[in-house]
Design a protein around this ligand. Structure first.
Ligand code: NAP
Ligand code: GLV
Length: 308
């Protein structure tokens, strides 16, 4: 029995170190170091090249190194009889809380706008907004959505969340699938924290933008596939949206000639809202490895049916 790390970027060092530091006795390999593929029973992966798993006939578990699992389902040769897991981690949640809070404050205090004015040596004050007067809506009110919601509510924003099933979170209004329009009508800042599935792909489109309050602001920290890029440009040009902060893109890295780069009303970050820290995640990987060995129920299992 052994654990295999597979990443398309081959950045293995921090994961090898963090897993070795656990002193768990688990043998850890990469595709470059594995000698006997039949020994591999668990793979921990981030965007493995398609077809990678077919080399390992005894795989029982495939774990995503991150919260998102769309990269697993993107591979048509993903083995069928394997349990899929993902990361649920306090650091991943708190990093996402900090990032989204920074984006919300940045927006309502117009910091991006003043940074552009500075480049033009232009002194033009405008009226700012206070957190208590701003309503924020979170599309995808799961692990990260709820963590972000609680942080924003603590700071004083009016927060609501949208998910399949109703959630009970103190001080936050929960909306379910059929209530999307009412949820959107109150979302002056709309944050996307949905998983990317057939149901959520392209959800951030012109029809949805028209249901938001006038001059709403979009923060997409989920996946590029949620956003219809042409519709975002149209919504900005029509004045439906006042701007957008995008951390994720259909193509990453964002191509150098992409229209988004040059727009003052779009703020770009390179998929850094919240990144799995190997040191923080290694204990749950080792715990799941042992559970797999003993045949116990695994933690953070992904539904193959729901695809998240
Ligand atoms: P999660 O715990 O699985 O939460 C997903 C939420 O979305 C759940 O509340 C779920 O509703 C809801 N949902 C899913 N499909 C829906 C639909 N069709 N209609 C309505 N609600 C739907 O996931 P998470 O851990 O919060 O992570 C969310 C996503 O964040 C990840 O999939 C990943 O793409 C992204 N992410 C990005 C970064 C970054 O750095 N940018 C970092 C980490 C994660 P129910 O609870 O009712 O099922
Ligand atoms: C990052 O995007 C993740 O899914 O953890």
């Amino acid at each position: 029995m052994a654990l295999l790390l597979i990443r398309s970027d081959k950045n293995y060092d921090s994961w090898l170190k963090a897993l070795t530091d656990q002193n768990s006795g688990v043998q850890v390999y990469t595709p470059e170091t594995v000698e006997n593929p039949v020994e591999i029973t668990m793979a921990l992966t981030w965007k493995a090249p398609k077809g990678s798993f077919s080399n390992y006939p005894n795989l029982k578990v495939i774990g995503s190194m991150g919260a998102g699992v769309d990269h697993l389902f993107d591979d048509p040769s993903l083995p069928q009889n394997v349990t899929l897991t993902r990361v649920v981690d306090e650091k991943l949640s708190s990093d996402m809380q900090e990032f989204v809070l920074a984006r919300c404050l940045n927006h309502i205090k117009d910091l991006e706008y003043y940074s552009h004015l500075q480049q033009q040596v232009d002194w033009s004050p405008k009226q700012y907004r206070r957190v208590a007067d701003v309503s924020v809506g979170i599309l995808g009110f799961g692990t990260l959505g709820q963590a972000v919601g609680k942080k924003l509510a603590n700071v004083g924003f009016k927060v609501s969340g949208w998910s399949h099933t109703r959630k009970e979170v103190s001080g936050i209004k929960s909306y379910t699938t059929a209530e999307l329009d009412s949820f959107l009508a109150t979302s002056e800042i709309l944050i996307c924290l949905l998983p990317l599935t057939d149901q959520t792909r392209n959800i951030l489109n012109l029809e949805l933008f028209r249901k938001l309050p006038e001059k709403a602001y979009l923060i997409n920290v989920a996946r590029g596939g949620h956003l219809n890029e042409a519709d975002l440009i149209a919504a900005l040009e029509e004045g439906l949206l006042s701007g957008a902060a995008l951390d994720v893109f259909n193509r990453e890295p964002l191509p150098k000639d992409h229209k988004f780069w040059k727009r003052n009303d779009i703020s770009i970050t390179p998929h850094v809202a919240s990144m799995s820290s190997a040191g923080s995640v290694a204990p749950q990987v080792v715990e799941n490895y042992h559970r797999m060995e003993y045949g116990s129920e695994l933690m953070n299992v992904v539904s193959r049916e729901k695809k998240y």
